[in-house]
Design a binder for this molecule. Structure first.
Ligand SMILES: [Zn+2]
Length: 184
């Protein structure tokens, strides 16, 4: 078949039917009753749900288990693109700890609650880690809250910077270095 752009595709219906047949078709479309019936059946077909192959069928519990396992195997743990070496949980624990909140408030106080990037004071402020928080956790192999409490670098307020949430979002788009270099 020619794939030239602009070439008209031959009308399949007409090509496959003899002249007599297509004349009959055209004639029948002129008959109002036949046309109505056809239109109705076309509408019915259109309102039918599209076929997704598995619609309406349910997997048995066994099959579900197998699928779950397979998906887990593909996407979990160190096979996941966002795998950071199992630190997500400890990361969260530390962020909820008293010491972390203390560090944050120390950073805010030192910066006089002012965004160090745009100079806006107050509003939604965040304490940005110049050296990535998760990097420090990895580097010092921090596994527990106790480990974290003994890690000086984690609580160094010189590694913190007050940013408004707008400016903080920008650091997440790869502008980290630029911001880090501006620090005294
Ligand atoms: Zn800002």
């Amino acid at each position: 078949m020619s794939t030239k752009i602009g070439t008209k595709r031959p009308d399949v219906a007409i090509r496959n039917k003899s002249k007599e047949q297509s004349d009959k078709m055209i004639a029948s479309w002129k008959n109002e009753e036949v046309r109505k019936k056809r239109m109705e059946s076309m509408k019915k077909n259109q309102s039918r749900k599209p076929s997704y192959g598995h619609t309406g069928k349910k997997h048995t519990e066994d099959v579900k288990q197998i699928i779950r396992k397979k998906i887990k195997g593909i996407f979990s743990g160190n096979k996941h693109w966002n795998w950071k070496g199992g630190i997500t949980k400890i990361n969260r624990l530390i962020r909820n700890s008293f010491k972390y909140r203390q560090w944050r408030s120390d950073v805010f106080t030192r910066d006089n609650f002012t965004c160090q990037e745009c100079g806006k004071r107050g509003g939604r402020l965040e304490a940005h880690h110049i050296k990535e928080f998760s990097k420090i956790i990895q580097e010092y192999n921090i596994k527990t809250i106790e480990d974290s409490e003994n890690c000086e670098e984690l609580w160094n307020i010189n590694n913190g910077q007050t940013l408004c949430s707008n400016c903080h979002n920008k650091t997440k788009n790869g502008n980290n270095k630029k911001l880090a270099f501006r620090l005294p």
